[in-house]
Design a protein around this ligand. Structure first.
Ligand SMILES: [Zn+2]
Length: 221
């Protein structure tokens, strides 16, 4: 029994390394919220969209939304909002997309599959994820995938828009969603350094995506 408890503790710690979202995400979630500014103010910030950060022009961004063209999903916490996505946190530039378990996740940018974990069960640990290495040295991490939800092999090259996994609710997700974060460089373990991203195939997102907002994925080349 003691041994089992120890193993569970170690597993929990390991999954925490690839951190994600905790209960706080859920606690601050306001699916019905219509007024983004108000939500931000309520969450404790004044202007907390990382004013001094330079974002790539979204119209020519290297990134597309990490789900299929034609689909629309609502963001939850996005860059520089609150909780684990607050300024100064490792996940300050991470984006949460609320979506049902089993939603197809597509590559936001081309690259080579660097690491996958898919042994976790929804509502449990570890935090399933796929990490894709990009040509500029950055890595995209797609987290909280469902059990056996990593659909690309380590080492394989993938194109933008290729299906790489199925979303889920593993790790410290709190509710079914995709936690998408671009990591600047190794080491990839938490606390990593995230980088700001914009997306070229959706609504205007000059300073990346707003929280609690629906973003349709438009066609791209
Ligand atoms: Zn998150």
């Amino acid at each position: 029994m003691v041994q089992r408890t120890l193993i569970i503790m170690v597993l929990s710690l390991m999954s925490y390394q690839f951190h994600s979202c905790t209960k706080s995400d859920r606690d601050t979630r306001r699916p019905g919220s219509k007024n983004t500014v108000e939500s931000l103010a309520e969450s404790g910030g004044t202007d907390i969209r990382c004013n001094n950060v330079r974002y790539e022009d979204w119209k020519t961004s290297e990134y597309v939304l990490p789900y299929a063209v034609g689909e629309t999903y609502r963001t939850n916490l996005t860059n520089c909002t609150s909780s684990y996505h607050a300024p100064g946190m490792p996940d300050q530039f991470a984006i949460d997309f609320a979506m049902p378990i089993g939603t197809e996740i597509t590559a936001a940018r081309p690259g080579q599959v660097f690491h996958i974990e898919e042994s976790g069960i929804d509502g449990g640990f570890p935090n399933n994820l796929a990490i894709i290495a990009h040509s500029d040295g950055t890595f995209a991490a797609y987290m909280h995938l469902t059990e056996n939800g990593a659909l690309a092999e380590v080492g394989s090259f993938i194109l933008q828009g290729d299906i790489i996994g199925l979303s889920g609710n593993t790790g410290l997700a709190g509710y079914p969603h995709l936690h998408f974060v671009v990591i600047k460089e190794k080491p990839l373990e938490f606390p990593y350094t995230s980088v700001p991203v914009t997306f070229k195939n959706t609504l205007d997102n000059e300073r990346s995506l707003l929280p609690y907002t629906d973003y349709p994925a438009y066609p791209y080349e």
